[in-house]
Design a protein around this ligand. Structure first.
Ligand SMILES: C[S@@+](CC[C@H](N)C(=O)[O-])C[C@H]1O[C@@H](n2cnc3c(N)ncnc32)[C@H](O)[C@@H]1O
Length: 241
């Protein structure tokens, strides 16, 4: 019997994967990264279509920028909707990697102090090398517990609100000051993307970034409606009153 003909879902891709004898760890990493970033890119496409269709005027804020992957997705998809000159793009990071915290996330050295570090210059170079401009990009350097409470919101944001907020900073301790900070940036229709909803802690929503989100949900006046799930760990919401 011809198995390809009898199993309509069987395709060349599946055949090539199961048939590959020398599949190694590096292949798995590339495979995961490729699929993960494809779903993130698809999310950014959908988010900017939502923003454009609903005329949500506001800026992009990313908390946790590292290799500038999602930040460039935001630059790309905003430009595809002719929004790149109508909004500003804020990148908040220590630019020195993760802070030191006591952890039980079971991610070992992946989340140690200093892990996931990209310098400001490297970050800017990634933007420029991809053909984007820095004109509407602003880098806010520092660990959030110190940098965010010290931001002069009137001066930096001039009363502009957020259209899309991306929280991708892995740790509960990092996310708490971020949620405190964004409360006044949110407007009706802001999309909130939590990259690490199910990262670490065996996906327990009462730990990590999802705990910080749930604490904020209980204290803010904003209501959250589920929007898209993103990759294996991410979630997003549309905010409303
Ligand atoms: C997973 S990476 C972000 C990945 C990025 N969005 C991308 O697509 O390439 C996490 C980032 O969060 C930053 N970070 C985590 N906790 C922080 C804190 N408390 N203050 C400042 N930056 C922090 C790290 O420096 C790191 O760049």
């Amino acid at each position: 019997m011809n198995s390809k003909r009898s199993e309509p879902w069987f395709n060349e891709r599946l055949n090539s994967i199961t048939g590959q004898k020398n599949w190694c760890k590096q292949d798995e990493i590339i495979y995961n990264q490729t699929n993960r970033h494809a779903s993130k890119l698809n999310f950014f496409y959908q988010a900017f279509e939502f923003i454009s269709e609903n005329s949500i005027f506001g800026n992009y804020h990313e908390f946790g920028c590292h290799r500038c992957r999602t930040f460039r997705m935001a630059l790309l998809e905003s430009s595809r909707h002719f929004l790149e000159n109508k909004m500003r793009f804020f990148a908040y990071d220590s630019f020195k990697g993760l802070p030191k915290v006591e952890q039980d996330h079971e991610f070992g050295s992946r989340w140690n102090e200093g892990a996931l570090s990209t310098s400001k210059d490297e970050f800017k170079k990634l933007i420029l090398d991809s053909g984007f401009k820095l004109d509407n990009v602003r880098l806010i350097e520092g660990f959030y517990d110190v940098s965010l409470p010290n931001i002069d919101k009137k001066e930096i944001y001039s009363d502009e609100k957020a259209s899309l907020i991306n929280i991708d900073c892995d740790l509960y301790e990092s996310a708490v000051p971020v949620f405190q900070h964004i409360d006044s940036l949110v407007q009706e229709g802001t999309i909130l993307y939590i990259d690490d909803y199910f990262s670490g802690y065996k996906g327990n929503p009462q730990k990590g970034v999802s705990l910080a989100l749930n604490e904020w949900k209980n204290s803010t006046k904003w209501k959250l409606e589920n929007y898209r799930d993103v990759g294996y760990a991410g979630r997003s919401y549309v905010l409303y009153k």
